[in-house]
Write a protein of this length. Sequence first.
Length: 223
Amino acid sequence: MGKGIAYLINYLSSMADFIYYRDDSCLICGREDSNLLCGSCWEKIKKIDEPSEVSLDSVIIKVYSYAYYGNVVRELMLRLKYKKDYQAAKLFSMFLYEKLKETGIKPDVITFIPIREENRKKRGYNQCELIGKGLSKLTGIKTAEMLAINEGAKDQIGLSSLERYKNMEDKFRCIYYPKYKDKSILLIDDVITTGSTVYQGTKVLKKCYGGNIYILTVAKSRL
Ligand SMILES: [Zn+2]
């Protein structure tokens, strides 16, 4: 067999892996299971019961997160962000669906934290948007892109909490849809650390739309 053909077969089979869902094995350990994660990997996920509170300028916001950013969730997040593993997005949507039912919140629309255009191009998608769309499929609630990044803002890496808040002040701008004025909005993020990203996103959405803003994240990272 020529090198060209071997390469082609290799390429086609990797495309097949990418396109087709592998619903029969655990995403983390590969053990046969029809639920995306096997029982023992599920057990390693540490769920969070109480919402976290993020406060700044005497305004307090509540953030609901499904689980701590531990081994299993971290591995799934890395697969989603860097290996185009859409199964991980599907699983995260299921996490959020379960959490949303627990809270009893009934939003009118789902939106998500945007990522920098440069990263979206590299990755091919915004992972928060994928998770939000999966949640939309499960709930029947529409998604809308309501936040955009002001590309001038600096990267967050290496900044302290306070510096992060300051740097985030003008990070987002609102994309306005008149039909969602005064409606309740669910804002999705993948992982919260200081909470500054969702805090600023909430502030912009509140100012722009006026209704209730609820925040739901897949994971919470301990600083
Ligand atoms: Zn497993």
